[in-house]
Each structure stands twice: as C-alpha cells, then as structure tokens.
Design a protein around this ligand. Sequence first.
Ligand code: NAG
Ligand code: NAG
Ligand code: NAG
Ligand code: NAG
Ligand code: NAG
Ligand code: NAG
Length: 639
Amino acid sequence: MDFPGWLVCPIKMYFLAVVWSALAFCFQHTSALGTDKPNVLFIVIDDLRPSLGCYGGPIISPNIDQLAAQSAVFTNAMVQQSLCAPSRTSFLTGRRPDTTKLYDFYSYWRDAAGNYTTLPQHFKEHGYFTASIGKVFHPGIASGGNDDYPYSWSIPAYHPSTDKYIYAKVCPSIDGSLKSNAMCPIDVDKMPEKTLPDLQAFDRAAEILRNLSSAETFKDRLEDIESMETVPTPSHHMKTPFFLAVGYRKPHLPWKYPKEYQTLYPLSSVEIASNPNIPDQMPSVAWEVFGRMRKDADLRTLKLPLPYGTFPLSYHGPLRQNYYAATSFMDYQVGRLLNVLEESGFADNTVIMFVGDHGWQLGEHGEWCKFSNFELATRAPLMVHIPGLTDTRWNSVKKFNLIDPLQTEKKMTDNAPIKDKKMGTKLDRYLHKNAVSDVEILDERQLYTFTEDNSTKNIERLDNAYIEDFVEFVDIFPTLADLVNITIPPICPEKSFNIDFCSEGVSFAPLIEHRMRDGISSGNSDRVTNFRRWKNATFSQYPRPRVVPEDEGSDVPHLVNITIMGYSMRTREYHYTEWIGFNHITFEGNWTDVKAKELYINAIDPDQNQNVADDMQYETLVRDLSQRLKRGWRDCLPN
Ligand SMILES: *[C@@H]1O[C@H](CO)[C@@H](O)[C@H](O)[C@H]1NC(C)=O
Ligand SMILES: *[C@@H]1O[C@H](CO)[C@@H](O)[C@H](O)[C@H]1NC(C)=O
Ligand SMILES: *[C@@H]1O[C@H](CO)[C@@H](O)[C@H](O)[C@H]1NC(C)=O
Ligand SMILES: *[C@@H]1O[C@H](CO)[C@@H](O)[C@H](O)[C@H]1NC(C)=O
Ligand SMILES: *[C@@H]1O[C@H](CO)[C@@H](O)[C@H](O)[C@H]1NC(C)=O
Ligand SMILES: *[C@@H]1O[C@H](CO)[C@@H](O)[C@H](O)[C@H]1NC(C)=O
C-alpha cells in the first residue's frame, strides 16, 4: 500500500481550508503526493452526564474543563437511546436504533441489520491506523465478539485485564468485610493486579501514542497496514494518520475508584436533586426501575419495593458523592491522556472528540441510571477540539497541562470560584437557556486556577465556544469525516438495510465554523449560508416489555420481549413522547396503538416534573406534535 507524502502546511491552515471550504490557504503548500490528514482522538466515557464543571455542574473535572475551554462544547447533544450498546452501535454506525435493530445487547448489526460501514472502518479505509482501547463498541455480541475487528480496527481491540474483576468482593464495608458494592472507594494497591481498568486503558493508550510518535522508521511494517500486528512507528517522511478511540469505564457502576477522590466531595457539600418525586401524571411505561442498582451488596439490603420504591433521601448524597468522585478519577485519566498526546507532538494535528454514551439520572424524579426517555438520560456531553479553530483563544504555553483534581480542589477552596455547588440551578439554567431567555447564565466565568511555570493561569469558559443548537449522536460520524475531509456518508434513504455506506445524521462541522468565526479573522463562508435553519428537533427512543414495569429486567428487555417503543422528540419548546405498540419481528411501531403520551413544556417545566399531555388546553398542540413526531427526523434536518 502506498502512503501519501506530507504537507508542510500548518494544520491550523488546513482546518480553515476544510471548514471554510471557500478558502484554500493550504493549497500553496500542497505537495505533489497528496494532502495531510489530521489524527483523531475519540474519547468515549461510560454513563457520563453533563454535570462537569465546564457544563456548569458540581463535578470537579479540571482536565476536561481545560479541553472544553479549547473546544466547541455542545449543550444540546442527544443520544438516540439511553443504553450503552444501542447508543454506541448507533453513533459508531451513524444510524438510529430502528436501522441497527439493536435495542438490547444481543445482536450484531452486520448479522441482524446490514453490513454497515462504521466510523472507524471508514477512517481505516481512508488510510488511517485505527485502534480501540477499552470500551468503545459495546464488547460482546453487540460488536461481533471482537469489537468489530478487523473491519473497524487495524489491530485487535484492547481490553484491560482487570475488567474481569468488576464484581469482585473488594469494597470495604462498614462491618470490615469486603463486598461487591455500588459505592466502592478503594486502595489501588489492594486490588487484584494492583490496578484498575481505566488506569490500564490509559497505559495502553500512552504506549500507542508514544510508539506512533517515535522517530524510528519501520518501513516494512508500514508496507501492509492490513497485516500490522503492532502499532506502526512512523517517521516524519512516512507516517500514517491515526484514529485512536479510548473508552473509559467510570463513572459506570460500580463506583470503584481510588478513595482519595471521595474527599473532594464532603457529604455536606453535595446537593441532592430538588425534584426527587415521580413527575405528575407520568405514565407507568415511562418509569424505569433502575434494576442495575438493586443488585449490589450495599444497596440490595434496602429491598426497595418494585416498581416505584426508590432510594430514601439519605442515600441521595452518598450516591451522588460516589458518582462525582468516580468522575473526577476519570477526569484525571483524561488529563493524563491529553498530556501524553501533547508530549508526543500530536496536540496541534489531532482532532479530539469527547463524548459520554448517554446521560444518567441521580435521583431526579426518584430515578437512577439511564433506561428512560427523560432528558437527563438522553442528553450527554459532547465536545470537539479542532486545532487552529477552537483553540485560538487559549494563551497558555501548553494546551493540556496535567491538572490533579485533588490539588485543584484545594486551590478552588482557597479561591472559592464555584464553591456554590447548586446542582439544579447553574446547570439547569444553563441548559435551559433557550426556555428562560432572560436569565443570567454563565455568571462565574472562572472555573479553575492552576500553576504553570510559576505563573497562575485560569481556565475560563469561553462563551462563544458553547453551542446550543441541536445535535444528535448520529451526527458524529459525518462530522468527523467532514473535519478531516474524507467522504461524508450521504443521508440514508428510508430503508437502508442493504446500503453499506450512509448515515442518518448530518455533519455539524458548519455549526462549529459558524460559532468560531468571530474568534478568527473573517473569511468567506458559503458553508454556513448553505442552510437557513439548523436541526429543529432531536429524536430518541426507548423500548419496554410492558406498560407497567414488573421486575428488575424490565429496564432492559431482550428483543423478543419488546412490545412497546417510546419515541421521543425534543424541540426548542417541548419534549414530546409517544409510547406505542411495537412488533419485534417486523421492527415496526404501530402509531394507532398509543399506550401513553408525555408532554413537558420547557419554558414552565424545564425539569420535566409535570406531564401535561392529557391536559385539555394542550389538545391541539399534542395533535400537532404527534404529527411532527411521526414525520420523524428527516423532517427536521437543516435546510
Ligand atoms: C478534500 O479532499 C478532496 C479529494 O480528496 C481534495 O480534492 C480537496 O482539495 C480537499 N480539500 C481540502 C480543503 O483539503
Ligand atoms: C461486509 O463488509 C466488509 C467490509 O467492507 C466486507 O469485507 C465483507 O465481505 C462484507 N460482508 C458481507 C457479508 O457482505
Ligand atoms: C510499542 O513499541 C514497543 C517497542 O517497539 C513494542 O514492544 C510494543 O509492543 C509496542 N506497543 C504496542 C501497543 O504496539
Ligand atoms: C422474556 O420475558 C419473560 C417474562 O418476564 C422472561 O421469563 C424471559 O426470560 C424473557 N426472555 C428473555 C430472552 O429475556
Ligand atoms: C395497530 O394497533 C391497532 C389498535 O390496537 C390494531 O387494531 C391494529 O391491528 C394494529 N396494526 C398492526 C399492523 O398490528
Ligand atoms: C422543523 O421545521 C420544518 C420546516 O422547515 C417543519 O416542517 C417541521 O415540522 C419542524 N419540526 C419540528 C419538530 O418543529
């Protein structure tokens, strides 16, 4: 296989050229052999809700916040189903669950739906070296038993050896015994193999990055990328761009993390949900019983009654504390990864996308976990770092200073920048900016202070880097292809089972360009004027076995037991859901068999505490929204 020569053109210019397609600054430097491509670092976090510092939330996440300060940060990014395997399969194929036919964990799209080209596969087929570390695809049946290797990856996917101890009895309990708990602060040295999955995932990613940056030439290895057994070690003259996907496990349950992180969140400082009750008029089918949290040793003793028994308020603080602490631990592993990226010389030619695979409920509505169509479950963090475009206002010597959250907290206390950890005020006000237009939003600009070369730096929110426009996770595939200028998958036709290369999302690269333009000396752009309005709605769905949840398994029904599908649509003003009969053999919903409807009005009820779908005064509105929901996502694309 031949590899193209390399441009000397700075990547900064490259991106101006890509995103402002009218401009072509790069071409003056184009070599005869081809065009340089930026690398991609794709970071996927399990069960991460947008309660990070950079989203106005209470979680101490200085490293992710530092990335956010140099990225386009999306505040209305919605997943297509709030469950790991269906969500990941959806965004890695760029297709919605009704097209991947995966709503549970038990089928592989290539066998069950169609031989769809994946996001990493597309990069691989365009000459990229692609590698998967940790949980990227949902491992197991959902990705063919091998994380879709070799189609998606140049080398077999790496899984930490300590993944297997997930339920090991290693968590110290009050009585002194070791148990398999949900809340599990530990000493790493006392763990099997003296490490944790996310520490191992970092080690492996760092090794690959260092190998990739090594100056040695391994020409023979590069000759056949298909048969590469280890990471290529490119020289300046012969290099392969990489697509490195790193999936961290925390803050997924169980919350097993080095115990120091717990001290970041004294219980007295942890605010609990202001709306811990089941929403008014909520139909039973909307409820999920967080079966996953009824199993661990420290929680099952509560014997919460099914289906509506929920955790006593006294548990809310500790549960949140552990979720937050596990997230700060993960933040540090993100910081270490970015630090190695920079030390390896890749910080200026790597697009970084950072996502959570779906949201998480932490006691709001009395709910926990994901498994629902509530916005807390469908909204997830999504940010994109594009060198030369999103980082132009960053004025630190280094891009990715490694910031220890444990140290940051100390500094934070000294300076007390966001000590007012009011969950449900800042975050919600920020996220619902559109609904409540006259609220002062980002009141505290300074997030963290850290020291660099004996001078103090602040990480600030850059207002223009927050993008409120709707994006869906199916847009990730076309967007990344757009950003590195490889073929963008076209929009799929109505039934696309026999079409390998298409997607049910659109590139949001033009949106980023549009929002960043003010920070960069101006240029022409017909990309932005190509559409008059952006997406006006997002779509998510969730399956159920029956109208009333009966057992712990009802949150995650196997395909054969799915009889109902909840289709949800979020517009600027409304969140509207219909739960309808669903045939698991034909994969079709029956819109005349409506089990329940939900309507939440963002302007008056941003927290979704009151379902007003059956309120007579909204009869016409509900009819209208119902029509729009049935017409679906195609009707809401940018135009
Ligand atoms: C994008 O790729 C196409 C085809 O490979 C090439 O003709 C074009 O010049 C590239 N555009 C930029 C801005 O690099
Ligand atoms: C599916 O696609 C892959 C990659 O393009 C190809 O190698 C394989 O033969 C295809 N499988 C089928 C059953 O068509
Ligand atoms: C990195 O390079 C070293 C030395 O060549 C090699 O032993 C190791 O296997 C490589 N690591 C990976 C992940 O390929
Ligand atoms: C389907 O549901 C029934 C009744 O709850 C249960 O016994 C059965 O195990 C489920 N099937 C699968 C494949 O989960
Ligand atoms: C759809 O549901 C309606 C109402 O329950 C029922 O009469 C009809 O037979 C269903 N259609 C299909 C195709 O199942
Ligand atoms: C989005 O806008 C289109 C018109 O461009 C309209 O037909 C559609 O109903 C709108 N969708 C929603 C959900 O508001």
